[in-house]
Write a protein that binds this ligand. Sequence first.
Ligand SMILES: *[C@@H]1O[C@H](CO)[C@@H](O)[C@H](O)[C@H]1NC(C)=O
Ligand SMILES: *[C@@H]1O[C@H](CO)[C@@H](O)[C@H](O)[C@H]1NC(C)=O
Ligand SMILES: *[C@@H]1O[C@H](CO)[C@@H](O)[C@H](O)[C@H]1NC(C)=O
Ligand SMILES: *[C@@H]1O[C@H](CO)[C@@H](O)[C@H](O)[C@H]1NC(C)=O
Ligand SMILES: *[C@@H]1O[C@H](CO)[C@@H](O)[C@H](O)[C@H]1NC(C)=O
Ligand SMILES: *[C@@H]1O[C@H](CO)[C@@H](O)[C@H](O)[C@H]1NC(C)=O
Length: 350
Amino acid sequence: MRRLKKFPLLVFVCWITMTILYTCFVPMKLRQELKDLKTKLNEQHANYTNKLKLALKTVEKLKDHVKWNIYGMNRKTPNIELVNSRDIEARDTQIIILVTSHIANKNRRDSIRVNWGDPSKFTKHTRLYNGEATYKVYFMTGYLQNHIGNASLESTIHKDMLIMNRTENYWDLSRKFMLGFLWSLENCQFDYLLKTDDDVFVNIPTLFKLIHKDPFVLKHKDRLYAGHMYEGLGPHRNNFSKWYVSKEEWAPKNYPPFAPGMAVILSRFVIKKMVPYFDWVKPFKLEDVYIGMLVNYANVSGVGIRKPVGVEFYDNLQDRRYCGYSSRVIAFHKILDNYCMTFLTNNSMK
Ligand SMILES: *[C@@H]1O[C@H](CO)[C@@H](O)[C@H](O)[C@H]1NC(C)=O
Ligand SMILES: *[C@@H]1O[C@H](CO)[C@@H](O)[C@H](O)[C@H]1NC(C)=O
Ligand SMILES: *[C@@H]1O[C@H](CO)[C@@H](O)[C@H](O)[C@H]1NC(C)=O
Ligand SMILES: *[C@@H]1O[C@H](CO)[C@@H](O)[C@H](O)[C@H]1NC(C)=O
Ligand SMILES: *[C@@H]1O[C@H](CO)[C@@H](O)[C@H](O)[C@H]1NC(C)=O
Ligand SMILES: *[C@@H]1O[C@H](CO)[C@@H](O)[C@H](O)[C@H]1NC(C)=O
């Protein structure tokens, strides 16, 4: 009987123990589960943060690529064209000389045509190099409604004008050379291309000498980029400057090496490699810097970036205020009168 009496107590004790165990055990399990969940979530969070970081990096890279036209499918086709392509006489020659010119500057073009732009003045020098040293000049202009009549006539007479269907604009120098490079590649055989401006005298015999005798040029025949190369120059960040460049246009502090626009020499092969990087929608506005950027982006293996030796590449007559000749200099800048152009040409022919 006594045993039977103890039974409810036993049941009670058991119940208490069970309850205590249960209440202790379940929260512990829950706590463990929560803890596991938390670690898992943290891990996932870390995983996603990493993935997000990677994705952001990729986006940045893509932005760069789009900017530089690596994937810019829409930009690969030129959105400008030549209005007079049927007039232009394509010529196979060793050196194509492309001269940027304002459509209204007929006087300057005529001065070049009868002076250094006339190969018949330099037959003696061509013979010096077994007839291999030859060149042909073309002018690259924009469009102006009230000048197109005269310019079209000029174009049918001389067959040496590349007139693009965009209104003349100082900030279109990049588009001019892009269209000029493309036209030359598609229509002419040539080894080198010299890009210059219509206020420049080009010393043809000195140019021939550079192409045929300079050790660096001979070594980098088909991979040449030459001019009065600037290295370590950067954008003007003061927005009062005419040359102001915003961080959106070019973020880095420095430009790649580039040659000022009055005399830039490139091998045909290098130009061919540059063309796929042309940004037809928004080319960099400083044309000479843009050429340097394109050479850099094209990353031509073994490209030879030739540094200048003294003043050999250009002489700025603006600084001297008189018309003086030097046989060492390839390009003389700021020739605004025909007399000086003729004087320099006469001297170079000797
Ligand atoms: C986190 O990433 C690692 C490696 O990519 C993977 O093994 C793990 O399962 C991921 N964890 C979670 C919670 O997604
Ligand atoms: C120039 O030519 C391109 C290509 O044909 C054309 O899309 C564009 O509208 C033209 N632009 C002008 C200003 O005539
Ligand atoms: C076009 O040429 C004619 C004849 O040379 C000249 O009189 C006229 O001024 C020129 N027009 C322009 C806009 O230059
Ligand atoms: C030049 O910079 C000032 C101050 O940063 C700014 O207010 C102004 O809009 C800028 N002007 C141009 C033309 O970008
Ligand atoms: C440039 O080309 C070389 C091989 O010719 C390559 O190793 C290098 O990664 C390239 N650089 C860039 C920035 O694409
Ligand atoms: C250039 O040479 C030609 C022919 O010898 C001569 O008639 C002309 O006066 C010369 N001009 C100059 C500016 O030297």
